[in-house]
Design a protein around this ligand. Structure first.
Ligand code: AMP
Ligand code: GLY
Length: 436
């Protein structure tokens, strides 16, 4: 069987690597891929947004299954385009992908399905949003515990967590007047700020059956101690001990099931990965957002632990027979993933620095170095993005997996390479000590 994976990050490297492990999978292509996918699969020089070219490639090469990594092509309708040509593809249709593509759509659906989430209001223009803020917070001095979000896709940058009224007004101005995210700012969502720890719960669903996967935790801020600007994610681990089995059951019953049912009722049946970004508050888990794809970097530790053939699971979703499969098996050992980044990320950075020590890291047991922003130039692996590598390791405990991941990190070097030093510490120190 031949599989095409679409995308070029650590997530797509992990998907390609895992899919290749099944004996019935003969070839895995990745479009456009990176230096790592070129080693573990075959790269195809087509960008993830070139939907007609991807359809043509899948037809010409008789691809049996296509797996989409990033959200943008899903929201643009890549699944509809493939299905119109009779091609099998894993992911939600354009209408179902609106769950991630429009925060207003998502919040309205959550409200109508009575799923726990932050209180919110949707605005169509800056003036109305500003009036809302000024009416509610007449004084400049008050703290303003709100979050302002651009409705559409903004590469993870469209969310402003506010402290003051000035923050809130500035965010409205940038999103809805200056249109720094373009038409993604045509609507604004203003919501109550939630406090707690975040967790990512990903589930496979074919629109009827839901298979929740072990909980993960991402590390979005750039620097240690959760300081600095937000990034795409600087590391992740799986499982997250913060999410107890009872909480997992609550998330399934009160969040995943009603969401999948609501999508079905709206005639937008959801097939693919439903990723709930949760805030674990004192009142229990609440949805911050839904994503309609695997998380990156959550995908890397999750797939490092997966023992069942991934291709079986993804095919069962596409063919709507997830109920026929036994529950997926996971390695009982936890996995930790540390992202190594370019100097300057998440701001501007240079590319093209040769990466050394990859072979040495690869020789360590229970380690897999997934590539994200890398390229091959004259036979040499060089940096080609902000997040460069997702160094992932298994261990007998989270602390052991962390140690092994950082042992691998220490083998690898390039000019300006850096990473957070505290990935998974929240889990290692979990539960927090009781305050007497
Ligand atoms: P989103 O893209 O909606 O997940 O937002 C990105 C990040 O913004 C989340 O991972 C949270 O850290 C933060 N965030 C979003 N919504 C809220 C909220 N209502 N309260 C507190 N933090 C939030
Ligand atoms: N890890 C966050 C995301 O994939 O959106």
């Amino acid at each position: 069987m031949k599989i095409l994976v679409i995308g070029s990050g650590g997530r797509e490297h992990a998907l390609a690597w895992k899919l290749r492990q099944a004996s019935r999978v003969d070839r895995v292509f990745v479009a456009p891929g990176n230096a790592g996918t070129a080693q573990d699969a075959e790269n195809v020089d087509i960008a993830a947004d070139q939907i007609p070219l991807l359809v043509r490639f899948a037809k010409d090469n008789r691809i049996d299954l296509t797996v989409v990594g990033p959200e943008a092509p899903l929201v643009a309708g890549i699944v509809d385009a493939f299905e119109e040509e009779g091609l099998r593809i894993f992911g939600p249709t354009r209408q179902a992908a609106e769950l991630e593509g429009s925060k207003a759509f998502c919040k309205n659906l959550l409200r109508s399905a009575n799923v726990p989430t932050a209180e919110f209001h949707v605005f169509r223009d800056a003036r109305a949003a500003e009036r809302f803020i000024l009416d509610r917070y007449p004084s400049d001095e008050e703290s303003v515990p709100l979050v302002i979000k651009a409705d559409g896709l903004a590469a993870g940058k469209g969310v402003h967590v506010c402290q003051s009224r000035r923050d809130a007004l500035e965010a409205i101005d940038r999103i809805a007047r200056q249109k720094i995210f373009g038409s993604a700012g045509d609507q604004l969502v203003i919501e109550e700020r939630l406090d707690g720890q975040e967790a990512s719960i990903l589930a496979l669903t074919d629109g009827r059956t839901i298979v929740p996967l072990p909980a993960c935790q991402d590390h979005k801020p750039a620097y240690d101690g959760d300081r600095g600007p937000n990034t795409g994610g600087m590391g992740a681990y799986c499982p997250a001990p913060l999410v107890t089995p009872e909480m997992m059951q609550f998330v399934t019953e009160r969040i995943l099931v009603p969401t999948v049912h609501a999508m079905k009722r709206l005639r937008r049946p959801f097939r693919g990965v439903l990723y709930a970004g949760l805030m674990i508050t004192h009142q229990g888990p609440k949805v911050l957002e839904f994503n309609v794809r695997f998380g990156d970097p959550e995908c890397e530790p999750l797939l490092m632990r997966l023992k069942s053939p991934l291709v079986d699971l993804l095919e069962a979703v596409v063919d709507e027979r997830l109920n026929e499969l036994p529950p997926p098996e996971f390695d009982p050992r936890p996995a930790v993933c540390v992202v190594m980044a370019s100097e300057g990320y998440p701001g501007s950075y240079e590319r093209g620095f040769p990466i050394r020590g990859l072979d040495e890291a690869a020789r360590l047991p229970d380690v897999k170095v997934f590539h994200a922003g890398t390229a091959t130039v004259d036979g040499q692996v060089v940096t080609n993005g902000g997040r460069v590598l997702a160094v992932t390791a298994l261990g007998n405990s989270i602390a052991a997996a962390k140690l092994q991941a950082y042992t691998a990190v220490r083998c690898i070097r390039w000019r300006g390479a850096w990473c957070r030093k505290d990935i998974a510490d929240k889990a290692i120190n979990w539960p927090p000590p009781e305050i007497p």
